[in-house]
Design a protein around this ligand. Structure first.
Ligand SMILES: [Zn+2]
Length: 344
């Protein structure tokens, strides 16, 4: 009996989740006015005073004079036509909504952003590029510190710091994630979206492994593999699922939030118990990171058409990245001096 009651409760909870997820999908693009607008625009190439040139070419579809590249060219034009029509219809309806005193709504899962030249979300794209730059310069300074400034082990010529190569990999994955984030916020198509999501999941999964290895002081290879293997297996499966089965935003959000919360908690607990000289920096990064995550969860529409919660989240990670790498460099110095003292 009890089991059946729980099953019913679980099922209704799942059903409620599905309903909420579908409502959350996008209010803007289910509006019939928007749909008619996009359809008309795609067939006529005209919207208000704007003429969309890529849509006009559909009249000459029987003209096969281009040869092999004609098909791909035509496909590209159709994609551009669809994207431009969606943008102009969204802006037209949003203008009407604003004059009626209504709040903005999302279209195809996104807030109505004002484009700047080729950039779809100019602020998020620019901030992603700055994050990329911040990781690059910080990693470079970490690299110079461990290679040139700190002493190396006399026999092997390797660093005393046991986590050097792990942080190098972290830097590569971070730069990779911010690179695809910059591209995705510039042009949101199926491919750039999948690359951005995959790179972000890979970075989150890897930094979870790293947080466990560092806080539990795991030094030998076998134990490191034991920590890494289950997370690596899960993250790989999840990335394959997103790319080749279904890009499920709700599920992906849950996976990312869990991975982020677990590593923030891991670092927070460690920062509470350790005697590490730079634990204050760690505290600020963990606390700031948690606050920044709230921005990602409490989504609000773009202010002046540019600054939404997501772009502010990308802004907040810039100073946090600087402080984070500063902690990593402190950690390398601290571990090196401890190990040298021990060796004497
Ligand atoms: Zn982003």
């Amino acid at each position: 009996m009890g089991g059946r009651v729980w099953l019913v409760r679980l099922a209704s909870l799942l059903a409620l989740g599905l309903v909420l997820a579908s409502v959350d999908a996008s209010l803007g693009d289910v509006d019939p006015q928007y749909r008619t607008c996009v359809e008309e625009c795609q067939t006529t190439g005209v919207i208000g005073e704007n003429i969309i040139s890529h849509c006009k070419s559909q009249e000459n579809q029987n003209d096969t004079s281009g040869g092999g590249s004609w098909y791909t060219q035509e496909q590209w034009k159709q994609l551009k036509c669809k994207a431009d029509c969606r943008y102009f219809c969204m802006m037209q309806i949003e203008g009407e909504r604003e004059s009626l005193g209504l709040n903005p709504v999302k279209y195809h899962g996104k807030w109505p952003f004002l484009h700047v030249s080729v950039f779809q979300e100019p602020l998020s794209a620019a901030l992603s590029a700055i994050n990329l730059l911040m990781h690059f310069t910080s990693w470079l300074s970490f690299f110079l510190l461990v290679k040139n400034k700190l002493p190396l082990r006399p026999q092997t010529r390797r660093t005393y710091y046991e986590y050097t190569s792990l942080w190098h990999i972290y830097a590569m994955l971070s730069m990779n994630a911010w690179f695809w984030s910059t591209i995705f916020h510039t042009r949101d198509i199926d491919l750039t979206e999948k690359l951005d999501y995959s790179a972000a999941v890979a970075l989150l999964g890897y930094s979870l492994i790293l947080s466990l290895i560092r806080t539990f002081n795991v030094k030998d290879e076998a134990t490191r593999v034991m920590f890494a293997a289950p997370i690596l297996a899960f993250v790989t499966t999840h990335i394959l699922y997103l790319n080749f089965y279904e890009l499920d935003y709700g599920w992906n959000m849950k996976v990312c939030v869990v991975m982020a919360v677990v590593q923030l908690l891991t670092w927070a607990i460690w920062a509470g118990v350790t005697r590490h000289p730079s634990r204050l920096k760690l505290w600020i990064v963990v606390f700031g990171g948690a606050l920044a995550m709230l921005l990602e969860l409490y989504d609000f529409p773009p202010y002046m058409g540019y600054a939404d919660a997501h772009s502010l989240w990308h802004a907040s990670t810039i100073p946090l990245t600087y402080l984070w790498w500063s902690f990593i460099k402190d950690d390398a110095e601290f571990r090196t001096s401890t190990l040298i003292k021990k060796a004497k």
